[in-house]
Write a protein that binds this ligand. Structure first.
Ligand SMILES: [Zn+2]
Length: 118
């Protein structure tokens, strides 16, 4: 680690020790909200809460928490939208059948979703 990085780590460590935990919690929530807002501006569709719920932005920038279900076209069972893939790598939003999750899957194209409030 370079000297500058080491100094930065030491400075951050000193700041973190002096701050009350509620301030750190507030900062973490604020950072999470900022990242979600940036992702929503770019994609208008973003997964959250254990990758089971989604945050969507309407054309007039209202924000909604949504979940999606579908009916499996092969067996008629309920399908849930999940964000699946490797822990470190590209993950995809996929409808997964409850009865046959290995073979009955459909990739979601969020660009074909109708606008909220329309
Ligand atoms: Zn199925």
């Amino acid at each position: 680690m370079s000297a500058a990085k080491k100094d930065l780590v030491v400075a951050l460590d000193m700041i973190m020790k002096d701050l009350p935990p509620i301030l750190l919690f507030t900062f973490a929530i604020g950072a999470m909200c900022s990242m979600t807002a940036m992702a929503l501006k770019k994609q208008r569709f973003f997964h959250m809460l254990f990758r089971r719920f989604y945050v969507e932005a309407s054309p007039n920038d209202d924000v909604y928490i949504t979940s999606f279900t579908a009916t499996c076209p092969w067996c008629g069972t309920k399908m849930n939208l999940r964000n699946v893939g490797p822990a470190k790598g590209r993950r995809n939003d996929v409808f997964v059948c409850e009865r046959n999750p290995e073979q009955h899957t459909i990739s979601l194209d969020p660009t074909i979703l109708t606008d909220l409030n329309s």
